[in-house]
Design a protein around this ligand. Structure first.
Ligand code: ABU
Length: 537
C-alpha cells in the first residue's frame, strides 16, 4: 500500500540530501559569521542610524552595504542550479532554527543582519530555475531593482501631492495596457491582487447598472441579481457574490467542456432560466487562463450572449493576460477581448513583475471614481494647486495604497514591448517542450490534456504501473503518488512542482512556466527528477 505524506513520519521520511538537525544548527552559526560587520559597528543599535543620529551616515551605509551582500548572495543562489530550491523544515523544527522572539530592548545591528541572512537561508527560492510550483515564479532583476527603489521612496499612492512621478507612471503604463487590450480611453487602477481586481469589476458593473446602489443600497435594485462564471473560474469570482450581498447561490456555475472552457450554450440556458424566475442576470465572468488547466473561455461567443441579454462582460485574465503581448499566442485566445467591459490582468504572473502587481481595466472612463469615491476632505481637497484628476486614491476601496507601478514601469523600459513578447513566446516554448518530452516518454508520463497556456497537467507513472491499461484504477494509484513525490522533492529541496485534484480527476501534477529562468535543460531536469523520486513508488 502506498503511504500518503501524513503517514510519513520520523525515519520514514526521505533524507537523501537532508542534513541532520545538529548540522543545520552548526550551519546557522556559520551563516551568522559570514556577514560579519566591523565589530564596532555591529555592536551599535538602531539609535546610531539615520534618522535617530543626525550624523549616522557612516553606520547607516555600513549596515545597508552589509545587507546588500546578503541580498546579492540570495540572488546568486537563486540562479545557481547547484543550490537547493528550498531548505525544508517542519514548523516546530523551523522555530528552533530561528529566533523569532520580540525582545524588551532592541538588538545590535549585527544581530539584525544575522536575522536577515537566516530569513533568506530558509526562504523558498521562487526564482530558482527548478521552481515550477506557482503562477508567480521568477526573480526579474529589473523589477527587483524597482522594488528596492519603491521601498526606499516609501510613499503612498493616494495623491499626486506625495507621489508625483509614480502617479504619472501609473497613468502611462495603464493607458498602454488598455491600448494593448484594444480600447481607446477607459480607466484602470492597480489593486492588491487579482481577487480584488475582480471585486472592482463586480462593483463597477453593479454601479453602472444601478447608479443609486451606492446611496440607497439593495432597495434600489428590487430583484435578485445573478452573476455567471464557468465551473473552472478562480474562487474569487464566487467570493464577490458572497461579500456583495448576492449569496453564492446566485453566482451560477456554468459547466465547462473537457478542455476546461465555458460551454456557452449552457450559459445562455442558465441566463434564461434565471430570467424566467424574475431575477436579473447582470454580470458574466469569462476566464482567460484558468488557474489549474490554463483554459481560455471563448470570448466572442460569450460577448454575444452578454450583448443579447444586456449583461456586463468581465474578463479575468489575471493569469493569461500576459499573452496579450504575443502576436503568436494572442489569437485565438483573446479574440474579442476588446468587447469586454472590464479586464483583470496580473503582471506579477506571466510578465514576471515582482509581487504584487495586479491591474483592473475598464472600457468606460469615470466609472471607478463615481463608484468608489468617498471624497475624504482631509486627502482629496478640490482646491489643490494641481489638476486633481491625478489624485487617484479616491477611485479605490482602500485608503493607503502600495506603490506597485514603479517595478512594472521599469520592466517596460528595460524590455520594451518586444522584450515582453519574446518573454511570452519563451514561456510558451518551454511548455510546448515539456509536452513534447512527455509524449515522447509515454511509458513514464501521461499527458492529461493539450495545454492552451503554460500549465502542463500530467501524471508520473512508476515502474509497477507501466504497461497497464489507463483505467480508473491506475488513475487512482497515480493520484496517490503525487503527494508522496511532492513531499520527497520538498524534503530533499531539489525542485518544486504543484499537484492538485480537479472536479474531473484526482491528484495530478501541474507544472507552471512563468519564470524567465527556465530553459530546456531545466525541463529535462524536471522529468528526470520526477523519475528519480518516483520510479520505485
Ligand atoms: N490565483 C492565485 C495563484 C495560484 C497559484 O499560484 O497556483
Amino acid at each position: 500500500m502506498i503511504k500518503g505524506p501524513d503517514h510519513l513520519t520520523g525515519e520514514d521520511r526521505p533524507h537523501l540530501y537532508m542534513d541532520d538537525f545538529d548540522s543545520q544548527l552548526k550551519k546557522r552559526k556559520m551563516a551568522d559569521k559570514k556577514y560579519q560587520m566591523d565589530k564596532k559597528i555591529g555592536e551599535l543599535k538602531y539609535t546610531d542610524l539615520y534618522p535617530h543620529d543626525r550624523n549616522g551616515k557612516e553606520v547607516s551605509e555600513a549596515m545597508l552595504k552589509q545587507l546588500t551582500e546578503v541580498l546579492l548572495d540570495f540572488v546568486n543562489e537563486t540562479n545557481d542550479r547547484k543550490c537547493k530550491v528550498l531548505d525544508f523544515h517542519h514548523p516546530e523544527d523551523m522555530k528552533k532554527l530561528l529566533d523569532l522572539s520580540i525582545p524588551q530592548d532592541g538588538l545590535p545591528l549585527q544581530t539584525l543582519i544575522d536575522d536577515c541572512a537566516r530569513t533568506l537561508k530558509y526562504q523558498v527560492r521562487t526564482g530558482h530555475p527548478h521552481f515550477f510550483n506557482q503562477l508567480s515564479c521568477g526573480l526579474d532583476l529589473v523589477s527587483m531593482a524597482g522594488e528596492w527603489l519603491t521601498a526606499t521612496a516609501n510613499t503612498n499612492m493616494f495623491t499626486y501631492e506625495i507621489a508625483p512621478v509614480f502617479i504619472l507612471m501609473e497613468s502611462v503604463v495603464l493607458s498602454k495596457m488598455r491600448e494593448i487590450i484594444g480600447w481607446k480611453g477607459g480607466d484602470s487602477i492597480l489593486a492588491p491582487g487579482g481577487s480584488v481586481s475582480n471585486l472592482y469589476a463586480f462593483l463597477a458593473a453593479r454601479h453602472h447598472m444601478f447608479p443609486n446602489y451606492k446611496e440607497k443600497g439593495q432597495s434600489s435594485i428590487g430583484a435578485q441579481l445573478v452573476m455567471f462564471t464557468s465551473d473552472q473560474c478562480h474562487y474569487s469570482v464566487k467570493s464577490c457574490a458572497a461579500i456583495c450581498g448576492l449569496g453564492t447561490d446566485n453566482c451560477v456555475e456554468v459547466p465547462s467542456d473537457e478542455h476546461g472552457r465555458m460551454i456557452v450554450s449552457e450559459l445562455e440556458r442558465l441566463v434564461l432560466e434565471r430570467k424566467s424566475k424574475g431575477q436579473i442576470p447582470f454580470f458574466v465572468n469569462c476566464t482567460s487562463g484558468t488557474t489549474v488547466l490554463g483554459a481560455f473561455d471563448p470570448i466572442n461567443q460569450i460577448a454575444d450572449v452578454c450583448q443579447k441579454h444586456k449583461m456586463w462582460l468581465h474578463i479575468d485574465a489575471a493569469w493569461g493576460g500576459g499573452l496579450l503581448l504575443s502576436k503568436k499566442h494572442r489569437h485565438p485566445r483573446f479574440s474579442g477581448v476588446e468587447r469586454a467591459d472590464s479586464v483583470t490582468w496580473n503582471p506579477h504572473k506571466l510578465m514576471g513583475t515582482l509581487l504584487q502587481c495586479s491591474t483592473i481595466h475598464f472600457k468606460i472612463d469615470g466609472l471607478l471614481l463615481s463608484c468608489n469615491s468617498m471624497s475624504a476632505d482631509y486627502l482629496f481637497m478640490t482646491d489643490k494647486l494641481y489638476d486633481i484628476k491625478y489624485d487617484t486614491g479616491d477611485k479605490v476601496l482602500q485608503c493607503g495604497r502600495h506603490n506597485d507601478i514603479f517595478k512594472l514601469w521599469l520592466q517596460f523600459r528595460a524590455k520594451g514591448l518586444n522584450g515582453f513578447e519574446a518573454h511570452m513566446d519563451h514561456l510558451m516554448e518551454m511548455a510546448e517542450y515539456l509536452v513534447e518530452r512527455i509524449k515522447a516518454d509515454k511509458d513514464k508520463f501521461y499527458l492529461i490534456l493539450e495545454p492552451e497556456c503554460v500549465n502542463v497537467s500530467f501524471w508520473y507513472i512508476p515502474k509497477r504501473l507501466r504497461n497497464q491499461p489507463h483505467n480508473q484504477q491506475r488513475i487512482n494509484e497515480l493520484a496517490k503518488i503525487c503527494p508522496i513525490i511532492k513531499s520527497k522533492m520538498m524534503e530533499q529541496g531539489t525542485m518544486m512542482v504543484g499537484y492538485q485534484p480537479d472536479d474531473r480527476r484526482p491528484n495530478f501534477f501541474r507544472s507552471i512556466f512563468s519564470s524567465a529562468a527556465v530553459q530546456k535543460d531545466d525541463v529535462d531536469f524536471l522529468l528526470a527528477e520526477l523519475d528519480r523520486l518516483g520510479q520505485d513508488l
